[in-house]
Design a protein around this ligand. Structure first.
Ligand code: NOJ
Length: 552
């Protein structure tokens, strides 16, 4: 039996930056609903919304204060219901983002825990521990966004609490029955409201080694084995899967799924553990997103992604962009960065040096031509279909990502890929981001660059050579020419360092990442079906540099 998500293309909406219906400068559900036609016209299967729950917004929703409601900045449950209805009417499924590893420090449970005594049940829903005798924290674990994972409760309280990301995102202990029960209820609550599945945030740190021992010395890029990819975490996912399976058994016709967000650079074995048959339906493979424009690195990333999950009878799940990574147009805009280590291990890192957006844009087009030819599921991030570059020159005082503050500015963070979208060439309402009448429209939460209008959806829609037209063509060709494949059957042909060559049934896809044109007569020998070159196909079997051609 086949499932809708197996070869689905999912469009990620970073709600805060998508469209703003009430003119407060922040994206909301009504704004999204008003622009659903753009997403449907692309030809994708589903949307995934980043967290929309009540939150102090210190990590823009990834600090959840209530898993059963909508943050008033985004709307309310009635607006959510309208959105789901309209999306479904346009043929789009709806995925939510759920955050199991941590909640907000303003979640009622955490406030209760702070007020309770050491050793209390309220504290057992989190990781509260005494410090060491010398006054140092309970162990040596480091936080992902900088500093120790431990924060002292303060005052006379002898305890510290653990936050894998920041002090305002305390980790939940999933061995506590309340935690388990609350997430099971949350899944069912949103399924009852029509949601088709969840992108599950930050799965590797869920579950810790009992006793929370110190981490061993770690080489750069190595992970702390006491708080990453733990068997205790996989037990949680098996319970979640049984909630989903039970829900489907009692609600015939509903086909639900969950996708795991786990960065496991060059560890496809760890990534694949998430898609064991009783765990997730999908797990993102991020090595291609973190790969430089370099044939052997990209081929390896793809082969790893396809082969390891095929062992569990399933397909890869790949994205080239998301709200945590530098946008691809800028990421690939540096000629000559070919080291396989250029990105691996630090997806937030900005490559230094000259940015050539002409080169970056050509490569982003070629990368899209490859991505949308892949078997399995593909996730797009809002704005990649517009070819938006990373905004590199945001003034430091306007940066909001905790990564920037918590690393003392050492890492610029992720604001540059989260700048509100341009919908109209006209600058009114921040290029249509804020749908507005009158003058009382707030500035967008991050400023748009002066040339944002040239990327606007309405600038591109009738231009055959635009990124938007390319995405529409690729998605249409994916639907009409690439059928369903069995897991692991996509051939990755490995006979030229600069070419990534895929065979999908009758279609041969060739992506040239090298420095010059390559005549592919030997592998292709057929007619070009489409090219990512903005000036169209040459008609023959030559594939220019930084170009993907589909041959049929
Ligand atoms: C991964 C999310 O994608 C990211 O935006 C967030 O900051 C962390 N998880 C913490 O929840």
């Amino acid at each position: 039996m086949s499932h809708w998500w197996e070869h689905a293309v999912v469009y990620q909406v970073y709600v805060r930056s998508f469209a703003d219906a009430n003119g407060d400068g922040l994206g909301d559900l009504e704004g999204l609903r008003g622009r659903l036609d753009h997403i449907a016209a692309l030809g994708v299967d589903a949307i995934w919304m980043t967290p929309i729950y009540p939150s102090p917004q210190l990590d823009h929703g990834y600090d959840v204060a209530d898993y059963f409601a909508i943050d008033p900045i985004h709307g309310d449950l009635a607006a959510f219901d309208r959105l789901v209805a309209d999306a479904n009417a346009l043929g789009l499924r709806v995925l939510l983002d759920i955050v199991p590893n941590h909640c907000s420090r303003e979640h009622p449970w955490f406030l209760e825990a702070l007020a309770a005594a050491p050793g209390s049940d309220a504290r057992a829903r989190f990781y509260f521990r005494d410090g060491k005798a010398d006054g140092s924290p309970p162990n040596n674990w480091r936080a992902i966004f900088g500093g120790s994972v431990w924060t002292p409760v303060g005052g006379d309280d002898p305890q510290w609490y653990l936050g894998t990301f920041t002090p305002y995102q305390p980790d939940l202990d999933h061995t506590h029955p309340d935690v388990d029960a609350m997430f099971a209820d949350a899944l069912r609550f949103w399924f009852d409201r029509g949601v088709d599945g969840f992108r599950v945030d930050a799965t590797p740190p869920v579950g810790k080694t009992p006793g929370l021992p110190d981490a061993p010395p770690l080489a750069p890029g190595e992970f702390n084995p006491h708080t990453r990819f733990r068997p205790e975490g996989h037990e949680v996912w098996r319970r979640w899967r049984s909630v989903i399976d039970e829900y489907m058994a009692t609600h015939p016709g509903r086909e639900l799924m969950m996708v795991s967000e786990a960065y496991a650079p060059r560890r496809p074995d760890l990534m694949a553990e998430y898609v064991r048959p009783d765990e997730f339906h999908q797990c993102f493979a991020f090595d291609l997103l973190m790969s430089p424009w370099h044939g052997p690195s990209m081929r390896r990333a793809l082969a790893d992604a396809v082969e390891h999950v095929a062992a569990h009878g399933t397909w890869p799940t790949i994205a080239l962009n998301n709200h945590d990574a530098q946008r691809i147009v800028t990421r690939l805009a540096h000629d000559g960065i070919t080291s396989p280590d250029a990105w691996t291990g630090d997806n937030l890192r900005a490559a230094e040096g000259e940015v050539d957006l002409v080169v970056g844009t050509r490569r982003a087009r070629a990368a899209a031509g490859l991505l949308l030819a892949l078997p399995g599921s593909v996730y797009l991030y809002q704005g990649e279909e517009l070819g938006l570059p990373e905004v590199l020159d945001l003034p430091d005082e306007l940066r909001q990502d905790p990564v920037f503050a918590n690393t003392g500015g050492d890492k610029k963070g992720r604001d540059g890929c989260r700048v509100p979208l341009p919908w109209t060439a006209s600058p009114v309402g921040s290029h249509g981001f804020s749908v507005t009448e009158g003058d009382d429209v707030a500035e967008p939460w991050l400023p748009q660059p002066a040339d944002w209008g040239r990327y606007a959806a309405d600038t591109q829609v009738d231009d055959e050579s635009s990124m938007l037209s390319l995405y529409r063509r690729l998605l249409a060709a994916r639907r009409s020419h690439l059928g369903r494949s069995e897991p692991g059957t996509t051939a990755l042909i490995d006979d030229h360092d600069d070419l990534i060559v895929l065979r999908r049934g009758d279609v041969l896809i060739v992506c040239n990442v090298g420095a010059g044109p390559v005549d592919c007569a030997a592998v292709a020998g057929r007619a070009p079906l489409l090219t990512t070159d903005p000036s169209g196909t040459r008609g023959g079997t030559v594939v220019d540099r930084d170009t993907t051609v589909w041959f049929s």
